[in-house]
Design a protein around this ligand. Structure first.
Ligand SMILES: NC(=O)c1ccc[n+]([C@@H]2O[C@H](COP(=O)([O-])OP(=O)(O)OC[C@H]3O[C@@H](n4cnc5c(N)ncnc54)[C@H](OP(=O)(O)O)[C@@H]3O)[C@@H](O)[C@H]2O)c1
Length: 304
């Protein structure tokens, strides 16, 4: 049995990995989050309020709990906010990782850190773990900087890059699939870009990948994403079909018509062979992931 500390425990991945660890393993887990309470009221694990930018509290918490593994999901994931408020993005996405690494150096903890396809510019594909990064927005720059903190920290670490996460979590920031689902269910029209491509990643697949990293003690860099490249528009249509909603409410637009404060890579495709071979995980395509999500919502598996 290992001791595992999770940061960002109220976020989509934080909730998912907590749920899967509790369901699938007998590890002792400590879920932490920025908020005073866990959003999962009946979570059968300890919860502690921990802001990862509070260096002293982080160190005290890690020295007291002595986790063998820290799964660091906490991050400022608001890409446009990161573009505007660069100091905050730097603090949440880079300095917090420096504080974690300092504590892990003292206790010997293994850090599993989440990063993104936004460390790339979307000009070349497919991208394996040796592809040279070139971020086009500040969020991507902070995530690349956070990776480099770990590379130079002299500790045991695993970096997992992923993209377009979707799935259900209690009170999470709406991910693309939930946003489409909510709007179409309310009979609202949505505009969706046809010329931005990526591999939507079902969050449970990523959660299982992280569990395998822990079980197998894997370090280094892994790309984990869904098995299929799709445009945002086709992904929205797949949501409509899976949940039997009106796809005529989805209006195709080009990304030139849609203004974002931060530029986005137009095309992201990962080579996931290393993760599939070394971790023995299967990565769902869009319809497989959405079907599981539909069943999960029907059976209310999130009713903590
Ligand atoms: N979502 C994606 O499509 C995607 C794609 C590629 C990579 N990733 C990476 O995957 C990881 C998990 O993403 P996610 O989708 O689970 O994001 P999420 O749902 O936004 O969860 C992140 C969590 O971190 C929390 N947080 C932010 N600042 C914090 C702080 N100072 N102290 C403690 N907690 C803090 C957030 O709380 P608040 O909401 O209250 O701020 C939120 O609960 C992140 O590292 C992200 O960069 C995500």
């Amino acid at each position: 049995m290992k001791r595992i500390l999770i940061t960002g425990g109220n976020g989509l991945l934080g909730q998912t990995v907590s749920r899967l660890l509790l369901q699938e393993t007998n590890h002792e887990i400590l879920v932490t989050g920025k908020e005073q309470y866990s959003v999962m009221d009946r979570l059968p694990a300890h919860y502690l309020q921990l802001d990862v930018t509070d260096k002293k509290h982080m160190r005290d918490c890690i020295q007291e709990f002595k986790p063998g593994t820290i799964i660091h999901t906490a991050s400022n994931t608001n890409v446009d906010e990161c573009e505007h408020d660069r100091d905050k993005a730097q603090l949440q996405n880079v300095n917090a990782v420096e504080y974690l690494a300092e504590s892990a150096r003292i206790t010997g903890a293994h850090i599993i850190h989440l990063s993104t396809d936004y460390v790339f510019d979307g000009e070349k594909a497919p991208l394996d773990e040796s592809a040279p990064p070139h971020p086009v927005n500040y969020y991507g720059k902070t995530k690349l900087a956070s990776e480099n903190v770990l590379r130079g920290a002299g500790i045991r670490y695993t970096i997992v890059r992923t993209m377009i996460l979707y799935g259900y979590g209690v009170d999470v920031k709406p991910n693309f699939a939930l946003w489409v689902l909510d709007n179409l269910s309310a009979n609202k029209k949505i505009n969706v870009v046809v010329d931005q491509y990526g591999q939507p990643t079902f969050v449970d697949d990523l959660g299982y990948g992280i569990i395998k990293i822990i079980e197998l003690g894997r370090t280094g860099l892994y790309h984990i994403s869904g098995s299929e490249v799709t445009s945002r528009y086709d992904f929205a249509v797949a949501v409509a079909e899976t949940f039997k909603l009106n796809m005529n409410l989805i209006q195709p637009i080009s990304s030139d018509e849609f203004h974002h404060a931060a530029p986005r890579p137009r095309y992201s495709e990962f080579v996931t062979q290393k993760a599939r071979m070394e971790l023995g995980i299967r990565l769902s395509n869009v319809r497989e992931g959405l079907s599981i999500l539909r069943k999960q919502l029907e059976h209310r598996i999130y009713n903590y």
